[in-house]
Write a protein that binds this ligand. Structure first.
Ligand code: ATP
Length: 536
């Protein structure tokens, strides 16, 4: 990089810019994103020396003029009070786990693609306007080691200007808010932050500057968000969305990380591929990585001594987009074809837990209703339930309709005492525009809920029947109170749950005994009564 200092007077600058902008228009080959990564500080410009040497006059001035006009209109916003704190917490407490930044940003890109796919499928004819039908929803990751950047690009839903300011400037929009709440309540310590979705701000684990370019179908303009992890961020209009969106994309977002000192290990496509394979294998959109490949060209060369012509292989580096994940959802595969590791990694990707689950069940239902599901029992109580047994923040099931993610907030699908399980349900019969109201009245949803509950109970029973009683003891310690609530308040399942209950009794000593219904005349009645779940 070389720095060019070009102090110019206001009037000279404006007329120079106008002239140069006309020049750019006359030179369609030139695209201003060629130098997008350049920084402008006041009227000082940084440009790659190669560009200066080759096409300096045109590029330098055109970029200068375009970006200067943008700088002039940049709006500066302050992060909401807690955001700076959260960024500090993330950067200072996760320094040993910096790898997660990619998982978080890819997960955001995947959410954005989910939203776009949902919108496209449910949009009424005509209202989808700018949503192109031809584009493949995908995520692209590209590393540029010379310019020290990593860029994550999606053609998802993008953000309007106000969404950009709210989502990336206010803590309330982020999963990290749960963590901040938990810190306030004293329910978490910093080492636990990795269990939360730390979200977008994890970008600052590896970058000292982050640039977000985004275009929403609900905003005619594209926007640039930029921050250097200070108290402020800037929002600027981005003149041309096509410079950062993939070809044919009508909307989307590009997040560029300007990699900081000491994080050079991420400026390597092999390292990025390893992280994507580890963390993002189950993202249901294709993830393409810009990968380098060594190819060998055969060249004929004359041997100086003998004069004979010989063939020689000369290495050449080429680049191409390489698909790094299997995009067929794991629940669509046959259980016999899925390995334990794959199930465990999928669990971690949907639950954000760092431990393997205690158990799982993968099944499909046909006939009356058709759906597929994978359910997991975690090893420990999910964090969001630690304070409140039936917290609204619990997300037991992700609901899909024909592979389209619909919501993870339909808690009415299963009884509330199952709040601690995790899993996915993919229905063939529910409508894509399924809402809470539709779900409440839907017969299909009731059947799905019943079958999922039955399978969950079977899963718990299997743990109870294991030869090592420690498994069920651990399960009971974490989730016993949920089963008690179910046995107590849920008439439909009470009978199935009772054999799974455990209680301390004077007879059982330190061990726990099973609950057995006894007749009043039974001599054990006295010792049994206080084992019954208390009626509150
Ligand atoms: N690539 C993107 N495209 C569109 N919107 C995005 C993108 N990345 C982030 N956002 C918006 O910014 C918000 C904040 O992101 P952030 O990752 O901090 O939190 P989150 O995704 O809500 O929760 P989590 O911490 O669980 O990831 C998102 O909810 C989303 O609205």
């Amino acid at each position: 990089m070389r720095t060019l200092h070009r102090p110019v007077s206001g009037a000279a600058f404006v007329s120079g810019c106008n002239l140069l902008q006309r020049n750019i228009r006359a030179n369609p080959g030139f695209r201003c994103n060629q130098l997008q990564r350049n920084s402008f500080v006041g009227r000082t410009m940084f440009v790659p020396s190669r560009a200066v040497a080759s096409v300096a006059p045109r590029l330098v001035f055109s970029e200068f003029s375009l970006r200067m006009s943008a700088v002039d209109t940049a709006e500066t916003y302050e992060f909401q009070a807690e955001v700076s704190r959260v960024m500090d917490i993330i950067v200072n407490s996760l320094y040993s786990n910096t790898d997660i930044f990619l998982r978080e940003l890819v997960s955001n890109a995947s959410d954005a693609c989910d939203k776009k796919r949902f919108l496209k499928l449910t949009a009424k004819t005509g209202s989808e306007g700018s949503l192109s039908d031809t584009e493949e929803l995908a995520i692209r990751v590209r590393c540029d080691d010379k310019n020290r950047t990593i860029t994550i690009i999606d053609n998802g839903i993008g953000m309007t200007k106000s969404e950009l300011i709210n989502n990336l400037g206010k803590i309330a929009a982020s999963g990290t808010s749960k963590f901040v709440e938990a810190l306030k309540d004293g329910a978490a310590d910093l080492s636990l932050i990795g269990r939360f979705g730390v979200g977008f701000y994890s970008a600052f684990l590896v970058a000292d500057r982050v640039t977000v370019l985004t275009k929403s179908p609900n905003d005619q303009k594209a926007w640039r968000w930029e921050s250097e992890q200070t108290k402020n961020f800037t929002v600027t209009e981005e003149p041309d969305a096509s410079t950062f969106l993939p070809e044919n994309a009508s909307s989307g977002t590009s997040v560029t990380l300007h990699v900081k000192e000491g994080m050079e290990k991420y400026l390597n496509d092999y390292k990025l591929r390893q992280l994507l394979e580890l963390y993002s294998e189950f993202v249901s959109f294709p993830i393409y990585l810009w990968m380098s490949k060594i190819e060998y060209d055969k060249v004929k060369e004359k041997d100086e001594k003998t004069g004979e012509e010989k063939e020689k292989s000369v290495p050449r580096t080429t680049y191409e987009w390489e698909l790094v994940n299997k995009t067929k959802p794991i629940w669509m595969r046959k259980p016999s074809e899925v390995t334990d590791d794959e199930y465990n990694e999928f669990y971690k990707s949907i639950s954000r837990d760092f431990e393997n689950p205690l158990t799982r069940t993968h099944f499909s239902a046909e006939g009356e209703v058709e759906f597929r599901s994978i359910l997991y029992t975690p090893r420990r109580l999910p964090f969001e339930l630690a304070q409140n047994m039936f917290s609204d923040a619990a997300r037991p099931l992700k609901l899909y309709v024909k592979r389209v993610f619909i919501s993870d907030k339909f808690d009415e699908l299963i009884p509330r005492w199952l709040a601690f399980i995790r899993g996915v349900v993919d229905s063939e019969d529910l409508p894509l525009n399924v809402s809470r109201e539709i779900l409440q009245q839907s017969k299909v949803a009731r059947v799905i809920g019943r079958r999922v509950t039955r399978k969950a109970i079977d899963m718990f029973r299997e743990i109870a029947e294991r030869s090592d009683p420690k498994d069920y003891e651990g399960f009971w310690e974490n989730f016993g109170r949920y089963l008690k609530v179910g046995a107590f308040e849920d008439e439909e399942w009470s009978k199935d749950l009772r054999p799974l209950l455990r209680f301390h009794s004077s007879k059982s000593g330190r061990e726990m005994g099973k609950f057995r219904r006894v007749h009043r005349t039974d001599e054990r009645v006295a010792e049994q009564t206080h084992f019954l779940p208390s009626r509150r």
